[in-house]
Design a protein around this ligand. Structure first.
Ligand SMILES: Cc1cc2nc3c(=O)[nH]c(=O)nc-3n(C[C@H](O)[C@H](O)[C@H](O)COP(=O)(O)O)c2cc1C
Length: 350
């Protein structure tokens, strides 16, 4: 039974069902069959608010589906009686507080097809996310040498840092949070695990030589937030993009406001936990954002927020009065520079 999440306002309607099964294909599907199956499934899943992934390889299917319990059951009763597969074995069925595949109506991967570009793309996306359980295990074992070796081998095989952050490191942080919610690890494991992921984040940084930005950003954890993975990833990314970067781990809105008025940055990012949804902190964060704007009204152009709540789309920038809510740390320096420029109506730099 999953642990009750910290917000007592979160009722059963906020929960998402997750179901994973494997099965055997009755007839070996062609690439065209699989494409048609995926397209139809994606359309129906989209209508019903169901997300997930479907793998097919060597005559076997493996699928995870997530969605509102009633809608998921609707899809599941069709799939279960579909004659294209048999020997269906349900591997897990439980409630989860947030989706793992929220961005995909159905992420499909056909291991037998090398020629179809959409399947190749899905396969490429899956190649990194499929490493999540492995990275999670290394992180929980505190095996920093193996973590570095894994990241180095992914970099060597051509993955860039942004992809590794968005498709592997951040999803592993969320998986850690889920493991805590279902009592599979302790809160201390999550905190130590996030520190290990910070190390993994350092290992993917790629300095673009000589790049210099005219902007300055203050990277802050939300007052009192002990998890600093997002803030640490951003520190590397913004530094590598040539920004002037300051970091702070304030214990109150006042402490953050003092720093903002002393430093007068162009932007501030306020990061919540990347592992846990802290829904009941939303109102606090709204006050932090408001206070931050008030502390540096003349120069502070952009207030950005981040954390699992925003990655899962459980909250938006508007909910807390911010200008932008990042779903991932990757690409933030470009997005925030553009927002500053737009707000000040500055010309774009060559
Ligand atoms: C392995 C496999 C996975 C499938 N996954 C989905 C899915 O995620 N969503 C979906 O709507 N249909 C999926 N389908 C197709 C359904 O079984 C079914 O054909 C389709 O939803 C139409 O349902 P209906 O015949 O009850 O109207 C899948 C079929 C197979 C064989």
């Amino acid at each position: 039974m999953p642990k009750q999440i910290e917000n007592s306002n979160v009722g059963p309607t906020d929960w998402t069902s997750s179901l994973t099964y494997q099965s055997r294909a009755t007839v070996r599907p062609t690439a065209a069959d699989l494409r048609e199956l995926s397209l139809k499934a994606q359309a129906r899943n989209h209508t019903l608010g169901v997300t997930g992934m479907l793998l097919y390889e060597n005559g076997r299917y493996f699928q995870t589906l997530e969605g509102p319990p009633a809608k998921l059951q609707q899809v599941w009763s069709s799939i279960r009686s579909d004659e294209r597969h048999t020997d269906i074995e349900v591997l897990s069925e439980h409630l989860i507080p947030a989706r793992l595949f929220g961005a995909w109506d159905l992420l499909s991967y056909h291991g037998d097809s090398e020629t179809d570009p959409s399947i190749r793309r899905a396969r490429a996306e899956h190649a990194l996310t499929s490493q999540v359980p492995k990275l999670m295990e290394l992180v929980l074992n505190g095996d920093d040498i193996a973590i570095n070796a894994l990241i180095a081998s992914l970099s060597q095989s051509g993955w860039d840092g942004d992809a590794i952050i968005a498709q592997l490191i951040e999803p592993t942080a969320r998986a850690l949070g889920d493991a805590w919610l279902s009592d599979d690890c302790s809160e201390l494991d999550v905190t130590i695990g996030l520190s290990m992921l910070q190390l993994a984040g350092h290992a993917v940084r790629h300095k673009r030589s000589g790049q210099k930005s005219r902007y300055r950003i203050l990277l802050a954890t939300a007052p009192g937030e002990p998890h600093a993975l997002g803030t640490s990833l951003l520190a590397d990314l913004f530094t590598d993009a040539g920004w002037q970067v300051d970091m702070t781990f304030p214990d109150s809105n006042q402490a953050l406001a003092n720093q903002l008025s002393a430093q007068q940055p162009d932007a501030v990012d306020i990061g919540m936990s990347d592992a846990l949804s802290r829904k009941k902190q939303l109102e606090h964060l709204r006050q932090t954002v408001e206070r931050s704007r008030f502390a540096a009204p003349d120069n502070l152009a952009v207030v950005s927020v981040g954390g699992r709540l925003f990655a899962d789309a459980a909250a938006t920038a508007e909910n807390v009065g911010a200008d932008v809510a990042r779903k991932t740390a990757a690409g933030s320096s470009i997005q925030i520079a553009e927002l500053i420029r737009q707000k000040r109506q500055e010309p774009r730099r060559k």
